[in-house]
Design a protein around this ligand. Structure first.
Ligand code: FRU
Length: 451
C-alpha cells in the first residue's frame, strides 16, 4: 500500500481508504483499500472500495459527503459520499502524449461500503499535462462551491464546481521553486481560523529532494479567498523532517479536529523495505493547528491522546529506562522535558549490535535520528542515514514526545513544531534503552555526563 486516500469521518467512524495493490508486495495496478476505526488506534479492514477499470488504475484522491445533494447522486433519502480520484491509464501512458491521467468520481449510498463509478467519467479530462493527479476536494463555505486542489507537474491547480461533476479552473500556485524533473503530488488545501482571520494551509508532497533524501511533504501558509492561494512566506517549511512521512492528507467532515495521516515510507526505497507478507504502514494520525513561533504562523502537530502511554519523564529521568521499555514491549511513548535545553541522546540497542539513536544537539539546535546501524539497511543505499531536523524556533526549554512502534519512531518536539518520522528494521527487538544527557558545551566541546 501507499498513500492514504479519501479520509473521512462520519457517525463516529474514521474511514481510511488507501492506495492498494492486493496481488503483490510492490506497487502495481492500484485499487482503493478501505479500513475503519472508532478511536484511530484499532482498525478493521473492509472490502476493497474501488477496482481498476477500462479508464485505468485508481490513483489517489479524496471523499466528500454531499450533504446537500449538490451532485444529484443522493437517492431515496440516502446521502451520497462522492470519491474524486485520478484514473491513470497505463496503456495511454505507454503510447505517450501526456493525457493518461484524468479525474473521475464514484459514489456510495451506504456510507462507503460499496461504490458505483459515475457513468459520465472522467469529470475532468486531461488538458495535456503529464502529471495531473491527486484531487483533494472540500466545500468552500464563503463561495458555496466545491474547491479542488490538483497536482500538475511543478504546481498546484485550483478548480471549483457547483456539483462535483463540472469543474472550472480558477488559478494556479507555483511557488515551490523545485528542481526540474521533481513533481508535486497529493495536495491538500485546508482553510482554518487563526488569530481572527482565515488562513489557508497548503500541504504538498514532493517526489524528491526532501531534506533527508527522497520524498517528503511541505506546507505553505497563506490566504485563500475561494479562487486563489497567496503565500505569506518564502521560507521552505517541511511538515516532517524525518525520511518517512509522505502523501499525508487531512480528514473530511471531522469538524474542528484537523487530522492528518501520512504514508510512513519514502519512494526512494518503499518497494524494497524488508517486511513480509505486508509492505508499508501509515503514520500515526496527527492533529494540526497553527501556532505563533517567533512571529510566524507555523504548524504544530500532536497525536490524539488515545495514543498516550504511561511513561512521562522529566528531568528526573529514571536510571533504568530499559525496565520501562521492556515492560511496554517496545511499543510506547515517552515524553522528555528539560528546562535548560541540554543535548541528549537516547540509544536503543540489542545484543547483536543494532543501535538506533535519537537526540537533540544543543550546539546545532537540531534534533536527529541516526539509523545507520539500526539493523537491516542493505536493501537501499538511501536507507542508512542520520536524519536531522532544525528547530523551528527556540523556546524556553525542550519538550519531546516520542512514539515507538515495532520498526518506527515518530518524534514531536517544541510543541509539535518540529516532527520526524523514521522507520528502522532491527534484526532483533531492542532490549536496552539508555539516555545520556550532556552538559552545555565548554570551549565548543560537549562533555558527557552519564545520569
Ligand atoms: C504518491 C503517488 C500519487 C499517485 C499514487 C499512485 O505517492 O505517486 O501521486 O496518485 O501515489 O499510487
Amino acid at each position: 500500500m501507499n498513500d492514504p486516500n479519501g479520509l473521512v469521518f462520519a457517525d463516529g467512524v474514521y474511514h481510511l481508504f488507501y492506495q492498494y495493490h492486493p496481488d503483490g508486495l510492490t506497487w502495481g495496478p492500484m485499487h482503493w483499500g478501505h479500513a475503519t476505526s472508532r478511536d484511530l488506534l484499532h482498525w478493521d479492514e473492509q472490502p476493497i472500495a474501488l477496482y481498476p477499470d477500462d479508464l485505468g488504475m485508481i490513483f489517489s484522491g479524496s471523499i466528500v459527503i454531499d450533504h446537500d445533494n449538490t451532485s444529484g447522486l443522493g437517492h431515496n433519502g440516502k446521502t451520497a459520499w462522492v470519491a474524486i480520484f485520478t484514473h491513470h491509464d497505463p496503456l495511454k501512458e505507454k503510447a505517450g502524449g501526456n493525457v493518461h491521467q484524468y479525474q473521475s468520481i464514484a459514489y456510495s449510498l451506504d456510507d462507503g461500503v460499496s461504490w458505483t463509478k459515475y457513468a459520465g467519467n472522467p469529470v475532468l479530462p486531461n488538458p495535456g499535462i503529464k502529471d495531473f493527479r491527486d484531487p483533494k476536494v472540500f466545500w468552500h463555505d464563503d463561495t458555496r462551491r466545491w474547491v479542488m486542489s490538483l497536482a500538475a507537474g511543478d504546481r498546484i491547480l485550483f478548480y471549483s464546481s457547483p456539483d462535483l461533476k463540472n469543474w472550472a479552473l480558477e488559478s494556479e500556485f507555483d511557488g515551490f521553486d523545485i528542481a526540474t524533473g521533481n513533481v508535486v503530488e497529493c495536495p491538500d488545501l485546508v482553510v482554518l481560523d487563526f488569530e481572527g482571520r482565515k488562513r489557508g494551509v497548503l500541504i504538498v508532497s514532493l517526489v524528491t529532494d526532501a531534506p533527508n533524501g527522497g520524498s517528503g511533504t511541505r506546507y505553505v501558509v497563506g490566504d485563500f479567498d475561494g479562487y486563489r492561494f497567496v503565500a505569506e512566506h518564502d521560507d521552505v517549511r517541511w511538515l516532517d523532517h524525518g525520511p518517512d512521512n509522505y502523501a499525508g492528507v487531512t480528514f473530511h467532515n471531522s469538524g474542528d479536529q484537523l487530522l492528518l495521516i501520512g504514508w510512513m515510507s519514502n519512494w526512494a526505497y518503499a518497494q524494497a523495505v524488508p517486511t513480509a507478507p505486508w509492505r508499508s504502514a501509515m503514520t500515526l494520525p496527527r492533529e494540526l493547528r497553527l501556532v505563533m513561533m517567533d512571529g510566524k504562523a507555523v504548524l504544530s502537530q500532536s497525536v490524539p491522546s488515545v495514543f498516550d502511554g504511561q511513561t512521562s519523564l522529566d528531568e528526573n529521568w529514571p536510571s533504568d529506562l530499559t525496565a520501562v521499555w521492556r515492560e511496554a514491549g517496545g511499543t510506547l511513548n515517552l515524553c522528555l522535558k528539560a528546562e535548560n535545553q541540554p543535548s541528549f541522546e537516547l540509544t536503543l540497542s540489542n545484543d547483536i549490535g543494532d543501535r538506533m539513536v535519537i537526540g537533540f544537539d544543543a550546539m546545532e539546535q537540531h534534533y536527529y535520528i541516526d539509523r545507520r546501524n539500526a539493523g537491516q539497511n542493505s536493501f537501499s543505499p538511501d536507507f542508512p542515514i542520520r536524519a536531522a531536523a532544525p528547530r523551528v524556533g527556540v523556546g524556553n526549554g525542550t519538550d519531546i514526545k516520542l512514539y515507538f512502534d515495532k520498526g518506527s519512531v515518530e518524534l514531536f518536539a517544541d510543541n509539535g513544531t518540529t516532527t520526524m518520522t523514521c522507520l528502522n528494521f532491527p534484526r532483533a527487538d531492542y532490549t536496552s534503552v539508555e539516555l545520556q544527557s550532556f552538559v552545555l558545551p565548554v570551549n565548543g566541546r560537549l562533555t558527557s555526563a552519564p545520569l
